[in-house]
Design a binder for this molecule. Structure first.
Ligand code: FE2
Ligand code: FE2
Length: 435
């Protein structure tokens, strides 16, 4: 799973997009056989009615702004025809990431980088090959029955949860798949681990997409691969962001699983019963990124690394908090208090992250939560302006002071005294299961 980041997104080079799209398209059959058939018949520039549509399902696509510089050349952003439902893309929508694969090859070249601990990567590879969850993601009739019972706003917000989760998982699949392909020659062991992680993410995304079929919907993952804006991060930032995404994904899933195990009356849909084993995949992915970071100590052992570590922690935590506070109906629907849930996830993720990042935020300082709550209030005002009847120019003018207030609150949170953490020599650090 690749969680989202509240960051401006530099556009991905078109070349990178083309490579990722063609590599990923071949693997879409794992998730969506219809997408594979479409890929084979790629003479048609846009998607023909998919199997899902033929079965009377709606196919959900993502709106990609026509002005977006990151939109891949040749992709047709306007997917309005045929009355398909679209998802409004905002700064908080889950993203698809790409990186500088040439630099990645250099980083994992054992000839150049003597820090690479091949023994540790060999051990991790055996762990991934074991494939603990090979037979875990098997559905049963409970799914459809539970979906049919869900009505009103909860049904709507639930569908959105499935869509966003599916996109985040699929985003991980795309990135890991391409890393597995590109690193094959330079470092076959690391490459194979990436490929096996993409296997896991494909399963997760596929399972969520099947969940959507219970609601007579399907995410058009082929379209998503081609038309979505790719966010470009340098390898260093990919490491920070993916490590945090995997660990925060782990803590989200396990927290929901434990809560529903203790409060089965809120078990509204059986997908949560799968979260216990599922989140172990995310945990293993995070541990692999720990090992990758250890192999690149230059990303962990100087003052810049500390600043970037805090920056990425803050981006991930703020994005999750703002996102979830816009969707309290979902969390309340499964018996959770949104803010309590989020703070638990943030604190646990931060404690886990402190084992590897050289600095983390002091999220257990009550002032940090007060700042997050103020950001939520400001964000609500910004959202209310967007929903008003004003003309766009007036909306933009009205937003300016609130955006300034939000930015200053984020900067103030960033500047709070941090916690020094991690270990430069890593002698005693060993990735371990936190569950
Ligand atoms: Fe995942
Ligand atoms: Fe993952």
């Amino acid at each position: 799973m690749l969680y989202n980041l509240l960051l401006p997104s530099p556009p991905a080079p078109a070349k990178v997009f083309d490579q990722m799209a063609s590599s990923a398209a071949m693997d879409l059959s794992l998730l969506n056989p219809a997408a594979m058939r479409r890929h084979a018949a790629s003479a048609r520039p846009r998607v023909a009615p998919s199997a899902a549509a033929a079965l009377g399902r709606r196919v959900v696509r993502f709106r990609v702004a026509a002005s977006s510089s990151g939109t891949a050349a040749g992709a047709k952003p306007a997917a309005k025809k045929r009355g398909k439902t679209e998802i409004q893309e905002t700064l908080l929508t889950p993203r698809v990431y790409t990186t500088d694969f040439d630099e990645m090859e250099r980083l994992f070249n054992a000839e150049i980088n003597k820090q690479l601990n091949q023994e540790e990567f060999d051990a991790l590879l055996q762990e991934f090959k074991t494939d603990y969850n090979q037979t875990h993601f098997v559905r049963n009739p409970e799914f459809k029955a539970a979906a049919d019972k869900m009505e009103g706003p909860l049904r709507q917000i639930f569908v959105e949860f499935l869509e966003r989760s599916c996109t985040a998982e699929f985003s991980g699949f795309l990135l890991y798949k391409e890393l597995g392909r590109r690193l094959k020659k330079t470092n076959p062991v690391v490459a194979e681990i990436f490929s096996l992680m993409s296997r896991d993410e494909a399963r997760h995304a596929g399972f969520l997409n099947k969940g959507l079929s219970d609601f007579n919907l399907a995410l058009d993952l082929g379209f998503l691969t081609k038309a979505r804006k790719y966010t470009f991060f340098k390898p260093k930032f990919i490491f920070y962001a993916t490590y945090l995404s995997e660990k925060i994904g782990y803590w989200r899933y396990i927290t929901i699983f434990r809560h529903l195990k203790a409060n089965p009356e809120y078990q509204v849909y059986p997908i949560f019963k799968y979260f216990e084993n599922w989140c172990q995949d995310e945990n293993r992915h995070g541990d692999f990124f720990s090992a990758l970071l250890k192999a690149q100590p230059q990303f962990l052992n100087d003052w810049k690394a500390k600043l970037w570590s805090r920056f990425f922690c803050l981006s991930v935590y703020v994005t999750m908090y703002l996102n979830d506070c816009q969707r309290t109906a979902f969390y309340e629907g499964i018996g959770l208090d949104t803010k309590e849930f989020d703070m638990h996830v943030i604190i646990e993720t931060n404690r886990t992250t402190a084992r590897i990042f050289p600095a983390v935020l002091d999220v257990e300082n009550p002032e940090f939560k007060r700042k997050l709550d103020r950001m939520v209030e400001i964000n609500q005002k910004i959202l209310a302006i967007g929903q008003s009847d004003d003309i766009p120019l007036v909306k933009n003018l009205k937003r300016i002071p609130h955006i300034a207030a939000l930015v200053s609150e984020i900067i103030a949170a960033y500047l709070m005294p941090p916690i020094e953490s991690g270990s430069v020599d890593f002698a005693e650090f060993e990735p371990q299961l936190v569950y």
